[in-house]
Design a protein around this ligand. Structure first.
Ligand code: SF4
Length: 505
């Protein structure tokens, strides 16, 4: 789909307009003032005054005029040109989305929002003390978000504040993410750093050497500056792909190096692939008092697991869940995916029925997304997925099922190219929410990423401004340079918390 835009010349409009068009059409290209062979053409006129912007838009196809729209927005206070431009961009998006919705008859429940974290908007309103009714009205009028999504955001934000009442005051602490980039095999939809572990012991050894170093040095820096850790999350990859002995040494490192470990509110270890879980490894987790783990079925249909490259059986998921329970794991999360290839309402209903037999403490319901670099996206024709209508129904099934079984939504995030433009929602039984998930979604404090593919998101304690730093995804590059990445992070952290740099070397 080619859409030609007239009346705008700032290149910063291109990406947001492309993202919105992609909600309606596959792979849109936006061009400025290049009329030939475009499927649609949109003519904008902007009247920008000191305090407001007035946008009019006219939509044409090859045959002629189709739709028009207008929108006026008074500027809210802004500090920088960037913030002012954002408000103009939102006003243009408003008129643009209205025209595309009218043309296609498709209503976007998230309105003009295409970002990953819509709940952040609601938190911002709360931090600015905007009364709830007014906040909802603004979200509906300015962003065209539908009532059901506004209610979902409200519910989630309230839950988060019940679980972490000091959420807005945690900027002087940090959370830590530890990325372990190995898995037994690679799943077809995966774009995480996940390298098949077999035959890579040399690489695993060097990687763990680097990771221990990072943990030690960052821990030392945190101790020196009296900065406490709120949560720790071991992800990847599958952190239980390494041996029990390697896990044991890693957690020992955490206990020795990190400050005040007894005060850490939550430590999670992803044990996503059931084929990596053993009694011995569960013993190690218990030894270090780690009782929040994730065992991910994704689906309870064997054929689906095979089709997506997960080399384990449904029975194995169930068996490992019972094993973990019998060994004292009290907080187990399970991930499900809506819209896996070959699955529709019947298959998803089966998955929910199986979930009912286990009743994990939390359940994350993802909607399949076609991430650019995944095997599934590269060979899209091989994977048949349900249509938009069926995906929405499955989502409703998940909502009804979780409600009926006392699970509450407590975080959500969206992805690009997600089926049906829906969202991923984390549900949990009361009091079993993952604090780390709230931290990563709401970006209220810094998260330091250690290990492969771990990105650090550093939130300025005073301004809230976010700076990022990414460790490399592949173990080889990581192994060659882990000291540099540690030094870089320490420098950035020292600037952020305004303390003197102490180099790791
Ligand atoms: S288990 Fe998770 S990290 Fe590993 S390949 Fe599958 S989706 Fe990727």
């Amino acid at each position: 789909m080619y859409i030609d835009i007239k009346g705008l010349d700032d290149e910063r409009f291109i990406r947001p307009l492309e993202l919105i068009a992609n909600l309606f059409y596959e792979e849109t290209t936006i061009t400025f003032e290049k009329e030939e062979n475009c499927d649609l053409s949109i003519h904008f006129a902007l009247d920008i005054k000191e305090n407001s912007v007035y946008v009019t838009g006219k939509l044409f196809d090859k045959e002629g005029f189709l739709e028009s729209s207008e929108y006026e927005k008074e500027f809210s206070s802004y500090q920088t040109e960037k913030e002012r431009f954002k408000q103009i961009k939102n006003a243009v998006s408003h008129a643009y989305l209205t025209m595309l919705q009218n043309k296609t008859g498709m209503i976007q429940k998230w309105g003009i929002l295409t970002g990953v974290r819509p709940t952040k908007l609601m938190h911002r309103k709360m931090q600015e003390n905007v009364p709830v009714d007014k906040a909802h009205k603004q979200l509906q009028e300015e962003y065209l978000i539908k009532e059901e999504k506004i209610q979902l955001m409200q519910q989630i934000v309230e839950r988060q504040l019940a679980v972490v009442p000091d959420l807005y005051e945690l900027r002087n602490e940090v959370s830590i993410y530890i990325g372990i980039p190995f898995c037994p095999t690679k799943c077809a939809y995966c774009t995480f750093p996940a390298y098949a572990i077999n035959g890579r012991q040399g690489s695993v050894d060097s990687f763990l050497g680097g990771l221990h170093y990072e943990m030690r040095e960052i821990g030392k820096w945190l101790k020196e500056h009296n900065i406490n850790v709120t949560t720790v999350y071991f992800g990847g990859g599958t952190p239980t792909s390494i041996t029990a002995e390697e896990m044991d040494m890693l957690y020992e490192e955490m206990y020795t190096s990190f400050p005040n470990v007894s005060k850490i509110r939550e430590i999670t270890v992803e044990a996503g692939r059931p084929d990596t879980i053993t009694e011995e490894k569960l013993e190690v987790l218990k030894k270090w008092k780690i009782d929040r783990i994730s065992i991910n079925p994704q689906s309870y249909i064997q054929q689906t697991l095979k089709a997506i490259g997960r080399h384990h059986t449904v029975e194995e998921t169930v068996d490992k869940f019972h094993l973990a329970r019998s060994m004292g794991m009290k907080n187990i999360n399970m991930d499900l995916i809506i819209g896996l290839p070959g699955e529709g309402i019947d298959e998803f209903t089966h998955t929910l029925n199986e979930t009912e037999k286990l009743m994990p403490e939390s359940l994350t319901v993802h909607t399949l997304s076609f991430k650019r670099a995944s095997e599934m996206t590269k060979n899209k024709e091989k994977y048949k997925v349900a249509d938009r209508g069926e995906i929405s129904k499955m989502m409703e099934l998940a909502e009804d099922w979780t409600k009926a079984h006392s699970y509450h939504p407590y975080y959500l995030y969206r992805q690009k190219n997600i089926l049906g433009n829906l969202e991923n929602v984390g549900y949990s039984l009361k009091g079993q929410e993952s604090i780390y998930n709230i931290m990563i979604m709401e970006e209220q404090q810094s998260i330091i990423g250690l290990g492969c593919g771990a990105s650090s998101k550093l939130v300025d304690p005073k301004t809230g401004k976010i700076t990022r730093f990414a460790n490399p995804k592949d173990p080889k590059t990581y192994n060659e340079n882990f000291q540099t990445y540690t030094d870089e992070k320490i420098k950035m952290l020292s600037d952020l918390f305004q303390v003197k740099t102490t180099s790791a070397n």
